[in-house]
Design a protein around this ligand. Structure first.
Ligand code: NOJ
Ligand code: CA
Length: 558
């Protein structure tokens, strides 16, 4: 082990953590209604400890009418009855901590549910009132205010404005919703809003929660006067970031400086990870300056195709940007909003924008190679410096469920796009635990899960993979164990080493090399190195074959 420099403190846990994303409604169902819940999660915490992750991030579990799977929150300081109670949540946090797992929640500061008490009060109040000032209400344009106040579009399709009906039955003002109409945006220029979210964070921090993932962290600040977007594209198509009226505005940073101070006030400081879809790694780095958030998801890496050059460019750009602000990068291959990487990498084309992720499903897929690629991607991600996120089911090698019947689709994007975008349900199907047929142990009593699971998942259950050395699950378990034990891995530095076209290779000290082959020809192992772990078998002469990643060690170094 390298010795710690004298007087130095050990690096904080969040600089090298592997965090498991629990999409709670699809993780494990403890009460047999086909929907995942806290009891199910509690009962399965051992799986996460066994996997070897450091923390979990739980998607919103607050009371919600579920118009956007819980991202429409009606009360931030309570638990959705479908998922359990506050006592269940408290007990789960205690259990997780006993197992050495930190717990991050999801905070949704850009919008609330239209059923939130604040919005109901705003609807009942007059234009210009204190109640309406917590949201973004405006008069409409044109004769009788019949047109929306500006040209902003909802992320899920259609106008970002909905007109309310006044108490006398006449059409009234319009309110802004960058997402579904049931998700009104709150007004972050209003001090009352700030105070409310501070109180919410304190509430959970005092319950022992270790931090928050911040939903739509790039959306809170809106340009004064709410100007039209016009022809501005988002994400920007030009090299230079654009002055967008509601995404990634500089005013958001002052909000996060306040949050950082709040989190730092605890003896065991709490942490944040930003969900910020921004133009480039330099813009992302602004969110994680020393006095702002700790980490931010690195979507640039997620969007990169399975090709060495763009993948390396993306990693280099992220490393440089993060180094500039001294924050650890946070690598992520998938989440509940994106097409699972197994299915992405089955398509040779890359995706550069979130909206293209949906189009990807229309492209022909070659599933013969994908399992290999997803395995190799996992070793690449876990060898890079900084933090990594594992989205539930990723450790099982699950693919996107592409053939969910249309009548079962629940993502608001399906309806709001006029049934043209299938949305995100395909990556949200409840995960398989055991048994030969659905629900594969997801529900305690065999109830049908809220989205149907493919029968082919029979071979991908946690039980089926456990003990099978060739399985994805065992690969993750081994990789995570090595990552914890190897002094070169986690936080720190890395150095690129020469690799043939189509391959990536980097070294980390002491004595660790990662080689990822994205080309068709085998890539020789580094001279004198010993194999530590590989995502597939090496060739007879020890080279790394196509679509394979391998970790090597220098004998005696680690
Ligand atoms: C990002 C979340 O990850 C997504 O699921 C949600 O629909 C939007 N933010 C709106 O809250
Ligand atoms: Ca349940």
């Amino acid at each position: 082990m390298p010795t710690q420099p004298r007087n130095s403190r050990p690096a904080p846990w969040w600089r090298s953590a592997v965090i498991y994303q629990v999409y709670i409604r699809s993780f494990a169902d403890g009460n047999g209604d086909g929907i995942g819940d806290i009891a199910g999660l509690r009962a399965r915490l051992a799986h996460l400890a066994d996997l070897g992750v450091d923390a979990l991030w739980i998607n919103p579990w607050y009371p919600s009418p579920m118009k956007d799977a819980g991202y429409d929150v009606s009360d931030f300081r309570a638990i959705e009855p479908l998922f359990g109670t506050l006592e269940d949540a408290q007990a789960m946090i205690v259990d997780a901590h006993e197992l050495g797992l930190r717990v991050l929640l999801d905070i949704v500061p850009n919008h609330v549910s239209d059923q939130h008490a604040w919005f109901q009060e705003a609807l009942a109040a007059a234009p210009g009132s204190r109640e309406r000032a917590r949201f973004i209400f405006r008069d409409g344009c044109g004769p009788e205010g019949a047109q929306p106040p500006n040209d902003w579009r909802s992320t899920f399709g259609g106008a970002a404005w909905t007109r309310v009906t006044d108490g006398d039955g006449h059409p009234g003002q319009w309110y802004l919703h960058l997402f579904a109409p049931e998700q009104p945006d709150v007004n972050w220029t209003n001090p009352e809003v700030r105070e409310e979210f501070d109180q919410t964070m304190r509430f959970w921090f005092e319950m022992g929660v270790d931090g928050f993932r911040i939903d739509v962290a790039h959306g809170l600040a809106k340009a004064e006067g709410l100007p039209d977007i016009g022809a501005l594209a988002w994400p920007p198509v030009d090299a230079e970031p654009v002055d967008h009226p509601h995404w990634d505005r500089d005013d958001v940073h002052e909000i996060y400086r306040g949050w950082r101070a709040l989190a730092d006030a605890y003896d065991d400081p709490r942490v944040f990870v930003a969900e910020a879809w921004v133009h480039n790694p330099d813009r992302l780095a602004l969110y994680i300056r020393g006095d702002e958030l700790h980490t931010a998801f690195n979507f640039d890496f997620l969007l990169s195709p399975w090709l060495a050059e763009p993948m390396r460019d993306s990693i280099v750009a992220s490393l440089e940007a993060h180094e500039g602000v001294g924050a650890p990068p946070t690598w992520v291959l998938s989440n509940h909003d994106t097409v699972r990487e197994v299915s992405r990498y089955a398509r040779p084309q890359g995706v550069r924008e979130l909206r293209h992720l949906d189009d990807l499903l229309d492209l022909p897929a070659d599933f013969a190679i994908v399992e290999k690629r997803a395995r190799a991607a996992a070793l690449l991600m876990l060898a890079l410096l900084g933090c990594a996120y594992v989205y539930q089911g990723e450790e099982l090698g699950l693919a996107e469920v592409e053939d969910l019947p249309e009548e079962l689709l629940q993502d608001p994007g399906w309806k709001q796009s006029g049934h043209t975008l299938r949305g995100r349900d395909g990556c949200r199907v409840p995960i398989p635990w055991s048994g030969e047929e659905p629900p594969f142990g997801f529900s305690t009593n065999g109830a049908a899960p809220w989205l149907p699971q493919p029968r082919s998942w029979q071979t991908l259950t946690v039980d089926a993979q456990t003990g099978d050395e060739r399985s994805m699950l065992e690969l993750y378990r081994r990789a995570l164990r090595i990552r914890r034990e190897h002094p070169a891995l986690g936080d720190g530095a890395m150095r690129w080493i020469d690799a043939p076209d189509g391959a990536l290779a980097f070294a980390r000290e002491p004595g660790f090399t990662c080689v990822v082959n994205m080309s068709a020809d085998p890539v020789p192992a580094p001279p004198g190195a010993e194999l530590v772990l590989s995502s597939g078998e090496l060739t007879a002469d020890g080279a790394v074959p196509a679509d394979t990643a391998a970790w090597f060690g220098t004998p005696g170094a680690a």
